[in-house]
Design a protein around this ligand. Structure first.
Ligand code: NI
Length: 182
C-alpha cells in the first residue's frame, strides 16, 4: 500500500478525539496498520497516530533502529499499539526537543513524564504492557496525545523554545543551539 498523506497542524481532524477499536484481527485493522507503517517509514518518522492520516481510531505505531530525525536517541522496538493507556510512574518529568510529522521542520522543548507504564493491544488483540522511561516514554506520550487531539506545541511551557529546526539549531542533528546574529 502506498504511504498516505500526513495531515498538518491546522487540519481539524488533528484536534479530534479518536474512538477505541472495537474489533481486533480484522482485515480493516490490518490494512490501517499497514498504511500507518508505510506512511511512517516514507516520512522517516519515529511514530505515527491514526489521526494523522485522518482515521479517528485509537491506533499508534512507533519505533526505530536508527532515525535520521532523532539520531542521538536509543532504538525503540517497532510496536503497533491499539487502545493504548498510559500510567505515569511517579511525578518526575523531563524536557527534551520534540518534533512531529504533522508540524514539519519545527521543534519544541516539551516536558513529559520520565517513567510510564503503557498498556494496550496488538492488532490481533494480544495485550501489551511495558514499563519504559526516557525517549521511549516520551514517544508514547506524544503518540497517545494525538489520539486525544493534542499536538506537542500545546504542551510547550516556554514558547521561546519553539521554532524551525534550521533557526533553532546550528546543527539540527546534534541540536546545538544556533548563535545567530540579527
Ligand atoms: Ni506527532
Amino acid at each position: 500500500m502506498p504511504a498516505r498523506p500526513i495531515l498538518r497542524i491546522g487540519h481539524p481532524c488533528l484536534l479530534q478525539t479518536a474512538l477505541p477499536v472495537a474489533e481486533f484481527n480484522t482485515p480493516a485493522l490490518d490494512a490501517l496498520v499497514t498504511d500507518m507503517r508505510d506512511t511512517m517509514a516514507a516520512a522517516d518518522g519515529a511514530g505515527l497516530a491514526a489521526t494523522q492520516i485522518g482515521v479517528l481510531q485509537r491506533v499508534v505505531v512507533f519505533g526505530f533502529e536508527n532515525n535520521s530525525r532523532y539520531p542521538e536517541r536509543d532504538p525503540v522496538e517497532f510496536t503497533v499499539l491499539v487502545n493504548p493507556e498510559i500510567q505515569p510512574l511517579g511525578d518526575e518529568t523531563g524536557s527534551d526537543w520534540e518534533g512531529c510529522l504533522s508540524v514539519p521542520e519545527m521543534r519544541g522543548w516539551v516536558p513529559r513524564y520520565q517513567h510510564i507504564v503503557y498498556r494496550g493491544f496488538d492488532p490481533q488483540g494480544q495485550p501489551i504492557e511495558r514499563n519504559v522511561e526516557g525517549f521511549h516514554a516520551r514517544l508514547v506520550q506524544h503518540e497517545v496525545d494525538h489520539l486525544d487531539g493534542i499536538l506537542y506545541p500545546q504542551r510547550i511551557e516556554d514558547m521561546t523554545k519553539f521554532g524551525f529546526e534550521k533557526e533553532l539549531f546550528e546543527d539540527p542533528l546534534k541540536e546545538t543551539p544556533a548563535e545567530g546574529s540579527c
